[in-house]
Design a protein around this ligand. Structure first.
Ligand code: BG6
Length: 491
């Protein structure tokens, strides 16, 4: 079994983690709280060190004081645990544009030979300079690791350029590209659901599956990320990475082992088999949306353009209809939708099975026909699974049928705390486990599928349709699936 997914895996070795962007939002909200958790669980060896890097000059204590305040929002409240953690952190001021500012790092590493990881929680435009300045400062060893966050590029060409720049310093085996969805418990559980049970896998093909839906709906809007989000949009921000990763895990062939390359080989095969949406297909197989003012959770919220402060043609919602051109999945429609300011926050996958070949219950169901079986895999919140089945309504009169749910909620089944995605991903980097990180060819294959859609939108001047905030996207998205005689599954 791959150590990345093996509970009895090796301990985290002593390490130096250099965290660029240590004063930034992701570091404060996710990375430091995740490391604090691991530290309080005793997973982080005592002599390990976290070198926090920011632009401004600050003392170690000054940085610790700032971080102490941020960590008060973390789950762990024990002051002693927080102080033990803070004592592992030192601070260095480095300017990505100034190679000389990297030189003092060499002194930090003098005589230290243990796992070294550089985490770039900074805008991608700095990736290349940081990698090269680290190399010039002589701190990159053959066993060093680099960790980068999405977005990796804005299209295939720019993704390649970014990855080439990193590859001039770090080999593929040293490169960890994060898609935080892969660190989520429920996403990893997709592999277990499919490959540790016999009942689903046997039905997992066009012989029995009618269609698949993937929805990643969010309630939040721009969240102070206007600068990034308006240049990205829902397709690049969510579909290119998170949604396609979910689709791959759901539909890939069984890998021979849980080895990182065995799994990633299978995922790449799916990405390459995704039917391209090109030219005029964008008119029928895609829907772009942008939210207007509305209300979410009973609170009035502004339109996207008002949050942004100007008009924009960026999509905050996208719906897609695609297929996977393989023997197993041929002609099984796959419907995807994701967006901001939707009716609720939920991510789920719905696999709808084909109807029974001949119904002996004709005209007995609520509306005259049987509802198909559906497997609903809820990724967040309230992760779990529902299997929608037909059942007899109790009674001695006329035989009546109704849909019922076999309902499994993981939170009720397991009392164990589900770690945040970054807790697993960070320690996987330190252990040298790449399974849950995107390989270069995965990133490229995903962009190769996304680019023609963006191009089709540009050529046909497809502007987004408006939808009121607090709804599940524009009516055109409903039309897209209803044209095929199907409908979106709403929880
Ligand atoms: C990020 C996107 O990658 O994922 C955000 O950039 C999005 O726009 C977020 O909100 C969703 O992550 P989660 O874990 O909240 O589903």
């Amino acid at each position: 079994m791959s150590p990345a997914l093996d509970p009895a895996r090796s301990p985290v070795p002593p390490f130096d983690l250099v965290l660029f962007g240590a004063t930034g939002d992701l570091a404060g909200r996710k990375l430091f709280p995740a490391l604090l958790h691991r530290c309080s669980e005793g997973v982080i060896p005592d002599d390990s060190r976290i070198i926090a890097v920011g632009r401004s000059a600050m003392s170690d204590d000054g940085f610790r004081a700032q971080l102490r305040v941020k960590l008060q929002k973390a789950e762990i409240k024990d002051p002693a645990a927080i102080e033990t953690f803070l004592a592992r952190i030192v601070y260095r001021a480095i300017d990505a544009d100034d190679p000389a500012s990297f030189l003092p790092l060499a002194a930090d590493f003098e005589g230290v030979s243990r796992v070294r990881a550089f985490y770039l929680s900074v805008a991608p435009r700095y990736y290349s300079a940081i990698c090269h300045h680290l190399a010039s400062a002589g701190v990159v060893t053959p066993d060093s690791r680099i960790v980068v966050e999405k977005p990796i590029g804005t299209d295939l060409a720019s993704a390649r350029a970014t990855m080439d720049a990193i590859a001039e310093v770090f080999a593929e085996r040293q490169t960890y590209r994060i898609d935080h969805y892969l660190g989520k418990e429920t996403v990893q559980n997709l592999l277990v659901l499919r490959f540790a049970n016999t009942i689903f896998e046997r039905l997992w093909s066009n012989a029995d599956v009618d269609h698949i839906q993937i929805t990643c709906a969010e309630e939040v809007g721009l969240e102070d990320r206007a600068g990034y989000y308006d240049t990205s949009g829902a397709l690049r921000d969510m579909v290119q990475n998170h949604v396609l990763q979910l689709l791959c895990l759901l539909t890939m062939e069984p890998p021979n082992t849980l080895d990182s390359n065995a799994i990633r080989d299978e995922k790449v095969r799916i990405l390459k088999a995704l039917r391209p949406i090109t030219g005029a297909d964008v008119l029928t197989r895609t829907v772009r949306g942008q939210y207007r003012a509305g209300s979410v959770d009973g609170q009035p919220v502004k339109a996207y353009a008002d949050e942004l402060g100007r008009d924009s043609t960026t999509e905050t919602f996208v719906a897609l209809h695609t297929e996977i051109d393989t023997w197993r999945w041929s002609k099984v429609p796959i419907y995807i939708r994701t967006g901001k300011r939707m009716a609720g926050r939920f991510s789920e996958i719905v696999v709808t099975f084909k109807p029974v070949p001949h119904s002996i219950f004709d005209r007995l169901g609520a509306d005259g026909h049987l509802a198909p079986n559906r497997l609903v895999i809820r990724l967040q919140p309230d992760d779990g699974m529902q299997l929608v089945t037909m059942a007899k309504i109790p009674g001695s009169g006329r035989l009546r049928l109704r849909e019922t749910n076999l309902d499994l909620r993981f939170g009720e089944q397991f009392k164990d705390r589900a770690p945040d995605a970054y807790e697993r991903l960070l320690t996987d980097v330190l252990r040298g486990e790449q399974t849950l990180f995107m390989r270069r060819d995965e990133v490229e294959a995903a962009w190769a599928w996304i680019d023609p859609i963006e191009q089709g939108w540009r050529e046909r001047m497809q502007v987004p349709h408006f939808y009121p905030a607090g709804t599940n996207g524009p009516s055109q998205a409903i039309g897209m699936i209803e044209r095929d005689g199907r409908s979106w599954y709403e929880p």
